[in-house]
Write a protein that binds this ligand. Structure first.
Ligand code: ARG
Length: 460
């Protein structure tokens, strides 16, 4: 029996329920649905619409349903269209008569909006924890990296050497901004829709503020139509999740490159690598590839929800049911990706010798040679031309860059020190740049920003 059967003659066609049901996936919202129902009971009691005994009976039944769901003994009945219907049906079986009072002043429209908001808040809390974990791992690896350096790339061509710590923290800062975004969306999502009813509130003396407080939220809706119709919080959460995915995909791509024989910058721990079913010698970076690959679905989840919302008239429309699956999918995907990448980065072996050898290519110090000339008064554009012609001459004559520099009058022997292994990194002095002093203070700044955000995430 569906909740609305009394309005229609006969039973719904099985194809209707097969197409429109959501219990198969919104079962995942059960803990939040129960939380919403408990808060609603508190509101009805405060409004004098339930006496203490009735409220107690409903609470006990809700607890039992929760226990059944957790134990896996909850069995859906035919006509349980969605989690809201299923819970109310079971509460009524358990509590008898009084079960019929649970839905007073409530609609599945404000219920599902509540469930989705509570889910987003819990999901973003979990993702925040994952972000803290991965950022901490990158920080630890950066601290351990000491003065190791590798080539920095632009256009994937060797550009200038950079400390490994600097490279790892570049990924880390992106995650800290994601963490801020999670906290921000989480706060904005903390608005209770309960009391909005189907769309217009109710003639009964409902108490949205009491309900919001019972949910641990500090605000309730300002407009009942908005409360049941908008899913902007879901779109925002999905954007943040997609962006985390994009950041992880960039890490993934570098792990894939770095672990190739050609680069040889990184060796994966066996527990975070996979083998090949056919090629016995293979050790593959599947975590990194899926971190790169799954972002397609994450962006898809965001686009799916934006597309569903576009053009929907106020207020609730069944289309909004389509918001739940992308939320479930994106949250689970990002949570798992964060944990797997933290494990990968935490255990990977950095091949510091390979990195250093690649970065010690003297050509990577070309701009430092030009800056050496600038420090001696030459305009940069001329210095650039001088060094470029030296590099070109070395290539054309098949001689080493050092020889070409030595025989260039404006450079000569005094400039040769610049080409020495490791010299270029040591010379950097821009705050926030890739020099030793800046990286040391960056490590401090990162550590303290991470601690502040981790604390805010734990409090949220
Ligand atoms: N399963 C529905 C959803 O997720 C619940 C709300 C149904 N409301 C309605 N008026 N049919 O959106």
């Amino acid at each position: 029996m569906t909740l609305w059967q009394a309005r229609l003659s006969g039973a719904p066609d099985p194809t209707l329920l097969a197409f429109t049901e959501s219990l198969s996936f919104d079962r995942a919202l059960a803990p939040f649905d129960l939380e919403g129902s408990r808060a609603h009971v508190a509101g009805l009691e405060a409004a004098g619409l339930l006496d203490a005994e009735e409220a107690g009976a409903l609470r006990r039944a809700l607890d039992t349903v929760g226990a059944e769901l957790r134990a896996g003994t909850f069995s859906p009945a035919p006509g349980d269209e969605d989690i809201h219907t299923a819970v109310e049906r079971r509460v009524t079986e358990l509590a008898g008569e009084v079960g019929a009072r649970l839905h007073t002043g409530r609609s599945r429209n404000d219920q599902v909006a509540t469930d989705q908001r509570l889910f987003v808040r819990a999901g973003l809390a979990e993702v925040s924890e994952g972000l803290v974990g991965l950022a901490s791992t990158l920080l630890r690896r950066a601290e351990e990296a000491g003065d190791a350096y590798l080539p920095g790339y632009t256009h994937l061509q060797r550009a200038q050497p950079v400390p490994l710590a600097h490279h790892l923290l570049a990924h880390g800062w992106a995650l800290l901004r994601d963490l801020e975004r999670c906290l921000d969306v989480r706060r904005r999502t903390g608005v209770s829709p309960l009391g909005a009813g189907a769309l217009a509130g109710s003639s009964l003396p409902l108490q949205p503020a009491v309900v919001a407080e019972a949910l641990g939220l500090d605000r309730h809706f300002e407009n009942s139509l908005d409360a049941v119709a908008d899913r902007d919080f879901a779109a925002e959460a999905l954007f943040v999740l997609a962006l985390v995915g994009v950041h992880l995909s960039r890490q993934g791509e570098e792990v894939v490159l770095w672990s190739t024989t050609e680069f040889g910058f990184l060796g994966l721990d066996d527990a975070f690598a996979t083998g090949s079913s056919m090629l016995p010698q293979k050790k593959n970076p599947d975590i990194a590839e899926l971190a790169r690959g799954k972002v397609g679905r994450l962006v898809g989840d965001l686009v799916a929800v934006l597309t569903t919302l576009k053009g929907l008239p106020l207020a609730y429309n069944r289309d909004l049911q389509e918001v739940t699956e992308p939320l479930l999918d994106a949250t689970a995907t990002v949570t798992k990706a964060l944990a797997a990448l933290a494990g990968l980065w935490g255990t990977a072996r950095f091949e510091l010798e390979r990195m250093r050898a690649a970065a010690d290519d003297p050509a990577s110090a070309a701009v430092d040679l030009a800056e050496w000339l600038v420090a001696r008064g030459m305009p940069f554009r001329r210095a650039h031309a001088v060094v470029a012609s030296v590099v070109r001459r070395a290539g054309a004559e098949g001689i080493g860059l050092a020889d070409a520099v030595a025989s260039e009058p404006s450079l000569g022997a005094p400039a040769l020190g610049i080409l020495e292994a490791g010299a270029a990194v040591q010379r950097r002095r821009t705050p926030g740049g890739a020099g030793p002093a800046a990286v040391a203070s960056q490590l401090d700044a990162f550590r303290s920003r991470l601690a502040t955000l981790a604390e805010a995430a734990a409090r949220a």
